[in-house]
Design a protein around this ligand. Structure first.
Ligand code: ARG
Ligand code: ZN
Length: 875
């Protein structure tokens, strides 16, 4: 079944109140739901009430207290239809269902994770608990009573504020929670179990005292302190940056170890993958700390963008996700280094969203149709969705953007809103017409800008001509020109900024070029000398760009651009062009060549103490194998790419060995571990240099020494990575792997790193290694983090090992996906997207990939999740 945006219709009935009563039991949980139902004005008295279900077992059903006769309703596991409803139009519907949380391995609805009862209802999991109008525009006020054995579940949590609790007979007890804010069913949550807690509090700007709790496995409380700190900083930041205050007396976060996604913003009770809560220096890398800070903030920010204002239907998913990602990006930028954060975002967007937009799974930021909504929690909806919000701010400027956001909160608080509503607040706040801009929500694909320049010495004018193009994507053959904001600067000799006196042709507003036609010319006057243009500063639009800039121009920008994002971008472009041309040479049997200018430039940046370490580390990280593959676009041979990348690293490393050694040594003594951005930057620079140095020295001993001496996981994991990637089979590597396992064998999150690093070891040996690791006593496909660590890292992080020329990587992967699918279709479908770029490989691999996908597609009884991905991928 395909769902279409145009088919939206409001419900015939409203459910102003929802009363839920859970009697928890591992295998037989009884859910009694008492709904106050109201027929909407204008709806005929004979209209049936049709509720959603999923694998439900109906035990009892009553209206206004009276049991329903057999022919008054029709119940199947997926649906409950009730006819002959009370004329009055307002009645009480009582439904009892029985569910089995232990058998629920899909991890949606009510399930158990390490003995803890927890729920995941977004997008359509609530219908696995009870029959309901399970759609985001149906808002209801919830009161929840939970009853369980005290020994099994001393802790009983739900949304909102605690109302009552007490003891019952037989060692059982209960708690009652009431959430005064009407909410859609996907924001419902329940957690019950035996967990440890850390408590803190926050006082809002208007003086509300909020109790904060983070619940984790017993013994791991200290590892939640950083998350708590991030939560308090998030609450403060949202007041300052967006004027948003928290609105309940209590805010709880629970970490569970089996979770399909990162985390979930349930009202007042966020449930997290423990990966995004738990951290200490011994077990978490700097990337883990940054991830926790970002996800804690993201889920908290949803309280306003998602919960107070939710989505009318799931087509509007980016309304809450794109906006909330934008908000968490801004938060992290304020907490850390803004340009470094921005570069990380650009890298991630290019690594994940651009390939999605260029392949068979491409879809608009707001899709118009879907078969399985869970397959649309994508990088396009989240990350490109965030970029679209960022562009609104670039177009309107900070003041009007904030004015528009204020209007959004004021006008739509309590609504289930649409993208049209969102765009309208900015139009009303600014008086601008954003209708062309709105195409960003509707047209899939990454626009390309072809740019040409012309400088006229006599008239001192600089002309920029830009042509935008957008290739067809599934279901969209032709595209309209978009409104693309292009931030720019013009650099004179020594990197001085040249300010144009005036502009003619297309609209230029300050430092922003507004491209609105398919092809447009912008003439800037008063430019005293031939400038080097710096376009798309701060990555002001999610586009690709081809320009006439020469190698010399790029080197100039890499040295002088005042915009650090473009400085990094220029360097990346230089390296990419070398890496792709060498990959082609190597594939044609010729050796790689490397200019001394790039070698010198990298050495210079490494040693430039004016730049912060995190930025230098980003510049020195050579584009990844998949970055190079994306740049090549077609006929990809991963072995040639790896050889090209290694050749560059080796040349740069050998030429700069002395300098790199010196910097590495200088950074060694950094005192006791601190998780802040500056310290993390120093570790990042040192660890990128470690790889170069081990390559130059052709010896694992430096990495082994760092591994053994590390006082934190960032340094230890980085050293292990170098050992496994570069010195597999060496004693140093086997020893480190064993030592790591001995030390962290009982810590699942840390062992995920151990699986990941081995899954990514390049070359044909990887497949056998991964198959061997699947038999490891700590391995299980049932735990999503573990499955992603081994199968996900192998399929999306190991270009040469997974995309073997003989196709055996794909055969293994297809079989594994089918195994995972039987228990957890959502996880299987997500992992399967690793094959979305199969058409860009060279013909031999391409054919093997097609065959593996076809073998999945021909299996009978596939889940909707996997069927949707496999069919779109093959289409
Ligand atoms: N809304 C959650 C988040 O912040 C993600 C929930 C994903 N759920 C799903 N069924 N795909 O971003
Ligand atoms: Zn979200």
């Amino acid at each position: 079944k395909v769902f279409h945006l145009e088919d939206y219709k409001p419900t015939d009935f409203l459910i102003p109140e929802t009363h839920l009563d859970f009697t928890l039991d591992p295998e037989r949980t009884i859910v009694k739901s008492k709904l106050i139902v109201e027929r909407r004005a204008g709806v005929g008295a004979d209209a049936p009430l049709i509720l959603d279900g999923d694998e439900l077992k109906l035990v009892d059903i009553r209206i206004d207290g009276a049991p329903l006769g057999d022919n008054a309703y029709m119940a199947s596991p997926e649906r409950l239809e009730i006819r002959g409803l009370p004329e009055s139009g307002r009645f009480t519907l009582e439904i009892t269902t029985e569910i089995n949380p232990t058998l629920n391995r899909q991890l949606t609805g009510l399930y158990r994770s390490s003995g803890v009862y927890c729920t995941q209802c977004e997008a359509e999991g609530f219908r696995r608990i009870t029959y309901f109008l399970d759609r985001p525009d149906l808002l209801s006020v919830y009161t929840v009573r939970i009853e369980a054995a005290r020994s099994e579940a001393p802790l009983l949590l739900s949304n909102g504020n605690p109302k009552d609790k007490g003891a019952l007979t037989d060692g059982r007890h209960f708690a009652v929670w009431h959430d005064p804010h009407p909410k859609p069913a996907y924001l419902f949550a329940l957690v019950a179990g035996d967990l440890g807690v850390i408590n803190d509090s926050f006082t809002t700007a208007s003086g509300r005292h909020v109790d904060l709790g983070i619940y984790v496995e017993h013994g791991k409380e200290a590892r939640a302190l950083y998350a708590m700190d991030a939560l308090k900083r998030s609450m403060k930041w949202d007041e300052e940056a967006f004027g948003r205050e928290y609105d309940l007396d209590i805010f709880n976060v629970v970490a569970v170890s089996d979770f399909n996604m990162g985390a979930m913003e349930n009202k007042g009770l966020n449930v997290f993958n423990d990966k995004y809560v738990l951290a200490d220096p011994e077990t978490a890398t700097d990337a883990d700390y940054a991830g926790i800070e970002a996800v804690i903030a993201h889920e908290y920010f949803h309280n306003w963008t998602g919960n107070r204002i939710t989505c009318r239907d799931w087509f509007q998913l980016c309304l809450k996700e794109g906006l909330t990602v934008y908000r968490d990006h801004e938060f992290s930028a304020d907490m850390r280094s803004r340009p470094v954060k921005r570069i990380a975002e650009v890298k991630a967007l290019k690594a994940h969203q651009f390939p999605e937009d260029a392949g068979p799974l491409a879809h608009p930021v707001r899709p118009r149709q879907f078969r399985e909504i869970n397959n649309f929690y994508t990088s396009t909806v989240y990350e490109k969705g965030s970029e679209v919000v960022r562009m609104i701010r670039t177009i309107l400027g900070p003041e009007l953007f904030r004015k528009g956001m204020d209007l959004y909160f004021e006008r739509h608080d309590g609504d289930a809103a649409t993208i049209e509503d969102f765009i309208k607040v900015f139009e009303d706040a600014s008086g601008e017409d954003l209708s062309q801009f709105g195409l960003w929500y509707d047209q899939a694909g990454t626009p390309n800008l072809a740019v040409t320049y012309d400088y006229d010495q006599a008239t001192k004018t600089f002309e920029i001509e830009i042509e935008q193009s957008l290739k067809p994507t599934p279901g969209q053959a032709s595209k309209k020109p978009m409104h693309i904001p292009i931030k720019f600067g013009l650099l004179g000799a020594k990197g001085r900024e040249l300010k144009p006196r005036s502009a003619k042709g297309g609209l230029v507003d300050g430092d922003v070029i507004h491209l609105r036609k398919r092809k447009e010319r912008f003439t800037l006057s008063g430019i005293a000398e031939r400038p080097v243009p710096s376009l798309l500063r701060g990555f002001s639009a999610p586009v690709t760009m081809t320009s006439e800039l020469t190698r010399t121009d790029l080197i100039f920008l890499a040295r002088n651009d005042g915009d650090e994002v473009n400085r990094w971008q220029a360097l990346t472009e230089l390296l990419n062009s070398k890496l792709t041309s060498n990959a082609k040479r190597i594939r044609g049997g010729k050796p790689a060549t490397i200019e001394s200018s790039s070698i010198k430039l990298l050495g210079e940046i490494a040693a430039n103490v004016v730049l912060d370490e995190a930025f230098r580390a980003l510049c020195l990280s050579v584009p990844s194998e998949s970055d190079i593959a994306r740049e090549l676009g077609a006929n990809i041979d991963p072995d040639a790419i790896l050889a090209s990348r290694d050749a560059l690293i080796k040349t740069v490393a050998e030429a700069n060995e002395e300098k790199f050694t010196q910097i590495y040594e200088q950074l060694a003594d950094d005192g006791p571990f601190q998780p802040d951005a500056a310290s993390a930057g120093r570790r990042a620079l040192r660890n990128v240099l470690l790889d170069y140095l081990c390559v130059a020295e052709a010896d694992p001993k430096r990495a082994a020494a760092q591994f053994n001496g590390a006082d934190n996981m960032s340094d230890r994991a980085a050293a292990l990575h170098v050992l496994v990637q570069r010195f597999s089979g060496s004693d140093a590597t086997s020893h480190a792997l064993k030592a790591f396992e001995d030390r962290f064998g009982s810590d699942a999150l840390v062992m995920d790193k151990w699986f990941i690093v081995q899954a990514m070891q390049p070359g044909v040996g990887a497949l056998q290694r991964v198959q061997g690791l699947m038999k490891h006593k700590l391995f299980s496909l049932d735990n999503p983090n573990r499955a992603r660590a081994l199968i996900g890292a192998f399929s999306s992080g190991n270009q040469t090992g997974f995309n073997r020329a003989d196709g055996n990587g794909y055969v293994f992967f297809a079989e594994t996906i089918l195994t995972i699918e039987k228990k957890n279709p959502q996880l299987a479908a997500r992992l399967l997207t690793a094959m979305r770029s199969w058409r860009s490989f060279e013909p031999v691999r391409r054919e093997h990939a097609r065959e593996a996908l076809a073998n999945i597609a021909k299996v009978g009884g596939l889940s909707a999740d996997v069927r949707d991905i496999v069919e779109r991928t093959l289409a």
